[in-house]
Design a protein. Sequence first.
Length: 266
Amino acid sequence: MHNIKVYLCLLLPLLLFTCKSSDEPTLTFEPITADKTVYLANEDDSPRCQVHLKLLQASAENGERAKIVNEVLMSRLLNKSGESDLKVAADKFVDDYTNNYKNSMLPLYNQDRADTTKKAWYEYHYVIETTTQQGPANIISYLATIDYYEGGAHGINQLITFNFNMATGNLLTLADVFAPGYESQLKGILLKALKSKTGLGSLNELKDAGYLYSMEMFPSENFILNDETITFVYNPYEIAPYALGSIELIITYSEVSQILNPSFKH
């Protein structure tokens, strides 16, 4: 009898935890891909354009929430609103991208064909890979890494982020996380974080180093909600030149406690 009591005492917390977990909203995803390679000209050493999309699509089992999530992804990642699903949008994206490549680049390549040093200018690629990570409360973060080259001196690498409410499928914006009038105070907090990250003590020093040279600090809608922090992502050229790369500023919730939206749970 004593052993049974001990067993029940050990089992009860597990049962309570399991029941609690099953009540929490979930949002499931499934992988889809879209790939295409086209050659610019009908010759063995022709430049080519390669497109590779490896996306996570909200599964149909999520019902209306999946439609809401996938519509955001179609619009923001692929500029393809209103398609039946993300796979259809992805296939149309690769077709449109490669067709535009041939139509716009072939006349230029024909002019440069004799100059082999310019061939690399026409070697295009566009790659998107995505992941998800659990955020605070009922929030899931969707991260898209984009790498592309469309001529010029270098390619571009970007991280595009989305935070979805798993209970509704809705995209969270800064206005959902912060109270009205947050902009000025958050701007100051982010500027302080940039100074700390770079080790530069003043705005003039930041500008001398290339940061905020022709723009002001701003709260980016490109952010990741974590359990204890918010990561603000600034891609190349947003607050600094390409050479300084992407910049991530991590702010704790305690630093912004006075400007958080009372309805935001973390």
